[in-house]
Design a protein. Structure first.
Length: 250
């Protein structure tokens, strides 16, 4: 079996004396969608930020089978084809949709890769709505379109592993369904995904493997199909799903 694309062991993240993430062990393998679900404040976003080099960590982390001797920077990880779509999307609101998308390939262009036009066409094929709005300012897009733009920009970097933080946040049910269909299509295109989500029903449905995080630690983990039948998960995260969520994702 090949080495995981991402693996961490006994990973912890602290804000001063406060342990936000405690002793987490996780792995993402090629071709997988792996999700981390849990309540607000559980440490999910903190963990993702740390894995992307944005926060200092304690513990062992390996990327593509190579243990990191030091914590890599964001730039190091982007060059290794690891991408992050943050919860706030971080778009350039006064730039056009197309310019925002093209910026996702900047580091590859700087390293001498000149296939930006072809990659852009692939992104527009995946997100026809972005093609229709290519000259529109990003700040004028709807919430769902902004999420698609953030995903399209990340894909311009041709990631092997894409980390996504709350991609369904603030979106209408039908748009949530479309976003999760796109996540499934990424797996089919060879992009592995580490997905942080509060919408446990949608996340577990699309994932291969899942972790449940509470108070900075993983309290449950297993194949997504097993988590979907786990009494604790059903009671805490799946049994009270809104009817709107079921309508959008059913």
């Amino acid at each position: 079996m090949s080495a995981p694309l991402l693996a961490c062991e006994s990973l912890s993240v602290a804000y001063g004396k406060i342990d936000a993430v405690r002793g987490v062990t996780l792995e993402v393998r090629e071709g997988q969608v792996v999700t981390i679900v849990g309540p607000n404040g559980a440490g999910k976003t903190t963990l993702l930020s740390a894995l992307m080099g944005l926060l200092p960590i304690a513990g062992r982390v390996s990327y593509f089978g190579v243990r990191a001797a030091r914590q890599p920077s964001v730039e190091d990880l982007v060059r290794q084809r690891i991408g992050l779509i943050p919860e706030k999307r971080e778009l350039f609101s006064t730039l056009s949709v197309e310019d925002n998308v093209r910026l996702g390939a900047f580091d590859r262009w700087r390293c001498g890769e000149r296939d930006g036009a072809q990659t852009l066409e692939g992104v527009f094929s995946l997100f026809p709505r972005l093609r229709e709005r290519r000259t529109q300012q990003a700040g004028t897009l709807s919430g769902g379109e902004r999420q698609m733009l953030a995903m399209g920009r990340a894909l311009m970097g041709k990631p092997r592993l894409l980390m996504m933080d709350e991609p369904s946040l603030g979106l209408a049910p039908l748009i949530i369904a479309e976003v999760f269909r796109i996540i499934e299509s990424l797996r089919e295109r060879g992009v592995s995904v580490l997905l942080v989500e509060q919408n446990a029903r949608a996340a577990i449905r699309v994932a291969d493997y899942g972790y449940v995080m509470e108070a900075g630690a993983f309290v449950l983990q297993g194949p997504a199909a097993d988590l979907a039948k786990n009494d604790r998960v059903v009671e805490a995260y799946l049994g009270v799903a809104r009817a709107a969520d079921q309508e959008g994702l059913g």
